[in-house]
Write a protein that binds this ligand. Structure first.
Ligand SMILES: Cc1cc2nc3c(=O)[nH]c(=O)nc-3n(C[C@H](O)[C@H](O)[C@H](O)COP(=O)(O)OP(=O)(O)OC[C@H]3O[C@@H](n4cnc5c(N)ncnc54)[C@H](O)[C@@H]3O)c2cc1C
Ligand code: SF4
Ligand code: SF4
Length: 438
């Protein structure tokens, strides 16, 4: 591993205008990190990575490297077409350095912020604001932190241990409180958070609602939506011949998970042609390597207990799809996974006054990430629509700075505690051991 890392580092030309950096949505200083590594300054390289990107240990694994840092490396233009594989270098440095990160909380500045959702956007805001002295509480609807990183991206691609380690080092050690199983917008609302003294609220609630095809058969017992299937795939019984509708990254995750769950025949269906596959080249080729079959130009029109009826389509060069009436065929399958995307869930917004959304249900924010309600900020997929982990982190980084400015600009709060002078009821402490001795 280490030899490979240094081989990759030695390939770097240390460009003055590094294209790799332009390709990274969070602007990682790639040549400088590589220079520090080669100079034997591993800790400085690790510190640089974490200061720029609190989720560096995740991004180096799940980023779409071929389109981002590595795809932009100048070495792609050489005849050898041999980019520096920075993700391998980042993985090595960040995981090595992570083990040394044991610092406790920063001194508190007396202000507190609430974070709704613990996906990459919420976690980034939490870490940065805590670093600057804010008292942070994360409210998470599920049992554990991570959002799609834990409940969408399968464990074989991103092991849970990375998120568990993040929780320990970046949340527990830093005094960030996590309130699991707490969905804001139900019993507790954003108004309640302001009532309880939070100076500002960040919404990083992502996209939780699976998109449906709205065709006959979608409610049958042998059908699952991608995000539900991925969050607990073993809970579903889809048999050993599984159809996956979609050819994006989540479709590839579903197909590869179905293979690992023992399905012997897994087919992905796309309504457009092969050139419009949305999945990354890596994910697509891994799925094929694992035996997943790809079928193109087929539009599902009905799902049945034993398979799916699809209509043929043609795709023009711009990606427009036209269905061919009368071309329907039946494709035999024991189960179907619908993997065509997610949209925003509305409970949180419908219980809060003054927060606007657009037609797609995404939160409307200003350039500083502020929503239409003062003190409430938002970021990540809930604002940008379905994107990537590193883009959620990059946006959250900017919003954190504006939240800091907003909270520091709040008028000094002179809070009178109406219960400041009330007597304290002292519980008699029973001496259980002493009583046993008697
Ligand atoms: C199957 C799948 C695979 C993907 N693979 C990749 C990949 O390989 N690489 C990549 O870069 N990106 C990938 N993505 C995209 C990436 O995961 C998302 O862009 C990113 O996670 C968005 O981050 P977020 O913080 O905005 O939201 P999320 O990660 O969705 O997190 C939102 C969190 O908020 C919580 N929440 C929601 N509502 C409430 C509420 N009312 N109260 C409290 N908590 C709430 C949710 O439970 C969740 O934990 C994938 C997406 C999917 C669906
Ligand atoms: S954050 Fe992602 S895109 Fe940026 S350098 Fe790291 S792996 Fe590449
Ligand atoms: S573009 Fe490639 S060679 Fe140039 S600094 Fe970036 S990684 Fe190194």
């Amino acid at each position: 591993m280490a030899l490979h890392v240094l081989d990759e580092a030695n390939k770097c030309l240390g460009c003055k205008k590094p294209l790799c950096r332009q390709g990274c949505p969070i602007n990682t200083n790639i040549p400088e990190v590589i220079r520090l590594l080669k100079a034997g300054e591993m800790d400085a390289a690790g510190k640089m990575l974490f200061e720029n990107n609190p989720l560096t240990t995740v991004c180096c694994i799940v980023c779409n490297h071929e389109k981002q840092c590595e795809g932009h490396c100048i070495r792609n233009r050489m005849p050898s077409h041999d980019p520096v594989h920075f993700s391998v270098i980042e993985d090595y440095i960040s995981t090595t350095y992570a083990n040394k990160m044991t610092m406790g909380p920063a001194p508190k500045n007396g202000m507190k912020a609430a974070i709704v959702g613990s996906g990459p956007a919420g976690l980034t805001i939490a870490v940065l604001l805590a670093r600057w002295g804010y008292d942070i509480t994360i409210f998470e609807a599920r049992d554990k932190i991570g959002g799609i990183m834990r409940y969408g991206i399968p464990n074989f691609r991103l092991p849970d241990s990375i998120l568990d380690d993040f929780q320990y080092r970046h949340l527990e050690l830093k005094g960030i409180k996590v309130r699991p199983h707490t969905s804001i917008g139900r019993t507790l609302t954003i108004d309640d958070l302001f009532r309880d003294g939070y100076d500002s609220v960040f919404i990083g609630s992502g996209l939780r609602k699976p998109s449906a095809m709205h065709i006959k058969g979608e409610s049958l017992g042998n059908v699952a939506f991608a995000i539900d299937y991925l969050s607990d795939s073993k809970a579903f019984n889809l048999g050993d011949s599984v159809a996956v509708v979609g050819v994006g990254n989540s479709a590839m995750d579903c197909a590869r998970t179905a293979v690992r769950n023992g399905a012997r025949h897994v087919v992905c269906y796309s309504r457009s042609s092969k050139q419009f596959v949305q999945a990354s080249q890596y994910e697509y080729s891994y799925a094929k390597l694992e035996g997943v079959i790809m079928r193109f130009n087929l539009q599902p029109v009905e799902i049945r207990e034993n398979g799916m009826i699809c209509r043929d389509t043609v795709t023009d060069e711009n990606g427009n799809v036209t269905e061919i009436p009368g071309s329907e065929k039946f494709y035999r399958h024991s189960g179907v996974i619908v993997a065509i995307g997610q949209s925003a869930e509305s409970t949180l917004i419908s219980t809060t006054h003054g927060i606007d959304t657009n037609k797609k249900g995404l939160l409307t924010v200003d350039v500083d990430g502020s929503t239409t309600r003062p003190g409430v900020f938002a970021g990540g997929d809930a604002v940008q629509g379905a994107r990537t982990v590193v883009e959620a982190v990059a946006m959250a980084k900017q919003v954190a700075e504006y939240m800091d400015i907003y909270m520091k600009g709040l008028p000094g709060k002179y809070k009178v505690d109406p219960y400041a002078a009330i007597p304290v009821f002292e519980d008699p402490v029973p001496d259980a051991i002493g009583e046993q001795r008697i």
